[in-house]
Design a protein around this ligand. Structure first.
Ligand code: FES
Length: 114
């Protein structure tokens, strides 16, 4: 489960422009992995779980494969997802999508939206 609405994730500038970061909540083998994408002042949140095999999009912490501030690849089989809506445009799960986690930015802080 994602953290409750209002939870502060991080400062906006802790996610580099055009990049992604992962934030992990909970313990054990199945913690909640929040993927935060940023382009300029815009951010998007998704569950960091590829719809193909259910694995995270990255293999190492905060090392994501990103193209042109607008696409993120799963490093396992290179499915390509749009920042805007998490839709998979190419790859083995084309037509599927990442699961959205609504985020809000205020006072340059990223929070879980309600
Ligand atoms: S696990 Fe992501 S493309 Fe296969």
């Amino acid at each position: 489960m994602p953290p409750p609405p209002g939870t502060e994730v991080c400062a906006l500038d802790e996610v580099p422009d055009g990049k992604a970061r992962q934030f992990v909540y909970g313990e054990g083998s199945e913690p909640f992995r929040l993927l935060v994408l940023r382009s300029g002042e815009r951010v998007w949140g998704y569950v960091n779980r590829c719809p193909h095999f259910g694995t995270p999009l990255n293999l190492e912490p905060d090392r994501f494969l990103i193209y042109d501030h607008s696409r993120i690849y799963c490093v396992t089989h290179y499915a390509m997802f749009r920042f805007d809506d998490g839709f998979c445009e190419e790859g083995p799960c084309a037509g599927d999508a990442l699961t959205r986690v609504p985020l809000a930015v205020s006072e340059r802080k990223i929070r879980i939206a309600g």
